[in-house]
Design a binder for this molecule. Structure first.
Ligand code: FAD
Length: 337
């Protein structure tokens, strides 16, 4: 589940990896519309790094990444579930289950990228630390008639129980992704009702939310204290995540993947335990820049009154709003080793 908005910085990482073709068919982000109650702000997206942000369905993006990896010699195992990771002196071992059959894979180095809900390395590194009373993620890809949103527009509606984002995908379908307070969902009697209440307060028209099969995530704001162990590196959301509000999660996940690659190469040739410490340090370097803007935005928008005030102010100063969005186009610090 995802908002499907790639920031300019995420697009730049893909270009730098020689994967620019992955973005063929993506819709360019042209405008952002923000709503909080009766306050609205609309402003253009500044084209910066990576040619600006794009909108692309995860179905297409993920398949394009799988195809690119396969072309480079990776073996992609579909419908395969990793059950556990163990590390030994001379290798790491992953047990995997595919079509009812369980087998064990041994590798010199393992990169764990099992996302926000992943629990693969809990045994090795301990459980994730979650923000108390944090929001959960909810979303779905919906039919074209769900919203009247135009292609190239990213719309965000904020309310007391959370916020949701809308974007029209390259297929014409509408992607809806939300961060909701689970108490609000319970109080409203379900996800569709909770989203409907935010939409109606913001005067955003949404149709047919009744019978949607929503996907969900655990608490969004969570992280691991340790992101590496002997012969094991953790990257992307599996290591740390905050909130989707600034649309930087995919860029951060890509940047952390690129950064860890050099350590993987070195570890595969000859493992030294100091490599785990190196990734811990590099990860600390990449995370703060990413968390800075996202953390400030989510903190600011937690109060509906503050969100309304901020959006009214941005409505009068579209230049400031555009520069703030432009901040998500700042280069991710891919750490070289
Ligand atoms: C509501 C919401 C909206 C968002 N909107 C945006 C946005 O607009 N732009 C943006 O950049 N980011 C957005 N994000 C964040 C973005 O989705 C993530 O940051 C990004 O997908 C992280 O990539 P990842 O590879 O680390 O994890 P994921 O993309 O979550 O991939 C993890 C993969 O591991 C698989 N997996 C898990 N456990 C196992 C196992 N045991 N065995 C095998 N496979 C396993 C999962 O099935 C999944 O395919 C949003 C997130 C949420 C919750």
């Amino acid at each position: 589940m995802c908002g499907c908005c790639l920031s300019g910085a995420a697009c730049a990482v893909l270009e730098e990896m020689g994967l620019g073709a992955v973005l063929d068919g993506a819709v360019a982000q042209e405008r952002v519309v923000l709503h909080a109650g009766n306050a609205t702000a609309e402003f253009p997206v500044v084209r910066g790094l990576g040619g600006g942000g794009r909108i692309l369905s995860r179905r297409v993006l993920d398949q394009a990444l799988i195809d690119a990896a396969t072309r480079e010699g990776a073996e992609f195992c579909d419908e395969t579930r990793a059950l556990g990771v163990e590390n030994h002196e001379d290798c790491a071992e992953v047990s995997v289950q595919s079509r009812g059959e369980t087998r064990s894979l041994r590798a010199r180095v393992v990169v764990v990228a099992d996302g926000l809900a992943g629990r693969l390395v809990d045994g090795l590194l301990g459980r994730r630390i979650e923000r108390r009373r944090g929001a959960i993620g909810v979303g779905a890809v919906l039919g074209p008639g769900t919203s009247e949103i135009r292609a190239g527009v990213v719309e965000l509606a904020l309310g007391a129980g959370g916020y949701f984002g809308l974007a029209r995908l390259e297929t014409g379908e509408v992607d809806l992704a939300a961060a909701l307070d689970p108490r609000h969902v319970r109080m409203q009697g379900g996800v569709g009702e909770a989203l409907g209440s935010i939409a109606s307060r913001c005067d955003v028209k949404l149709n047919g939310l009744e019978d949607v099969a929503w996907k969900g995530t655990p608490t969004l704001a969570s992280r691991r204290r340790a992101v590496a162990a002997r012969r094991v590196f953790v990257v992307g959301d599996a290591a740390s995540y905050l909130e989707p509000i600034t649309g930087e999660g995919m860029g951060w996940a890509l940047a952390s993947g690129v950064s860890v690659a050099r350590l993987v190469e070195r570890g595969a040739v000859s493992w030294r335990d100091s490599l785990a410490g190196e990734w811990q340090g590099m990860h600390k370097e990449i995370v703060p820049r990413w968390r800075g803007l996202c953390g400030s935005a989510s903190l600011l928008l937690r109060s509906p009154a503050v969100a309304r005030l901020a959006i009214r102010t941005l409505g009068c100063r579209p230049d400031v709003a555009s520069s703030l969005v432009g901040m998500t186009s700042r280069r991710f610090d891919v750490v070289q080793t």
